[in-house]
Design a protein around this ligand. Structure first.
Ligand SMILES: [Zn+2]
Length: 235
């Protein structure tokens, strides 16, 4: 009774396809513009340092991190970690990604509200992603045919909704970091017009992975809400 119904199966396929497409998109676009060296010749790490200086941010350190597309800003230690293909590279892709990560450091320094909300929400979303769907499924099994409101399933759904909120608030944070990056790179003439277009493609592809994650979370939330309401109607 709790096996995957046709709607659930379709949802699983659509969401898997969405996230695979988005991941392939960012990998492909990054690989393409990692081959294009910027005329300025500055590396990702150098660009990051220069933008931080220009914003009078002196307490953020920049260090290399292992892996591919593992670049991130860690607000808890104020550290900008750039992967090898960004830190040491002067490609259009590297410069774009480095500037995007600095965008997060600037958001942090400016107490940008969506970033602050997102950081505060991390522990809540963490609980929801671990136990949310488990409680929904467990709650539906327990209450099946018992003529009672599936309370446990509802609690699970609320917890799962917390992870959906997290994926949604991630969107303005990511879009804003990319917007800041492209404005800074354009104004400072670190990249030329056509190089800037390449960097924009890389950052847009990266943003689409977050859009796919948010869409997936929203669709699952709607799906399990329907399943719970359906179970209540049958009782
Ligand atoms: Zn980001």
């Amino acid at each position: 009774m709790l096996g995957l119904d046709p709607v659930g199966l379709l949802l699983l396929l659509v969401c898997t396809a969405l996230s695979l497409l988005a991941a392939a998109g960012v990998k492909g676009t990054f690989a393409r513009y990692a081959q294009v060296r910027s005329r300025n010749g500055v590396t990702g790490a150098q660009v990051a340092a220069a933008i931080l200086r220009a914003h009078n941010i002196g307490d953020v350190s920049i260090e290399p991190v292992a892996g591919h597309l593992t670049d991130h800003y860690d607000p808890s230690t104020k550290t900008l970690r750039l992967s090898d293909s960004v830190y040491h590279s002067d490609s259009v892709a590297a410069v774009g990604v480095a500037a995007h990560e600095v965008g997060h450091a600037i958001q942090h320094a400016e107490r940008y509200a969506p970033l602050q909300f997102r950081s505060a929400w991390v522990p809540i979303a963490g609980i929801g992603s671990n136990v949310g769907l488990t409680l929904v499924v467990l709650g539906l099994i327990i209450s099946a045919g018992s003529h009672s409101t599936p309370v446990l399933a509802w609690i699970g759904l609320v917890l799962f909704a917390a992870t959906t909120v997290f994926t949604l608030v991630t969107l303005p944070v990511e879009f804003d970091a990319s917007r800041r990056a492209l404005v800074t790179l354009g104004q400072s003439r670190v990249l030329t017009e056509d190089e800037l277009a390449g960097a924009r493609k890389v950052l847009t592809a990266a943003a689409l992975t977050y859009v796919a994650a948010a869409a997936t979370s929203l669709m699952y939330l709607a799906y399990w809400l329907m399943r719970i309401l359906d179970a209540q109607r049958r009782d």
